[in-house]
Design a protein around this ligand. Sequence first.
Ligand SMILES: [Zn+2]
Length: 70
Amino acid sequence: MPHNLLEKDLAKGGNGGRRPPHRNDKIYQERRKRKYECVCGGKFTYSHKARHYHSKKHLDYIKKLYSTNI
Ligand SMILES: [Zn+2]
């Protein structure tokens, strides 16, 4: 085994570790595909979670929820 290969791998691994390891890629993909059911009755995927919370449907529901509780 050439030692320069090992050095390259070490440099890659010690580069802040910003990128998740490859073995986690599948987990992230599964999570992204997963559908969540919101309290407002709407459905969204993990990648659209933040967008859903700002959607009209969701905000209307929250508004209604607060107005009925008070
Ligand atoms: Zn919602």
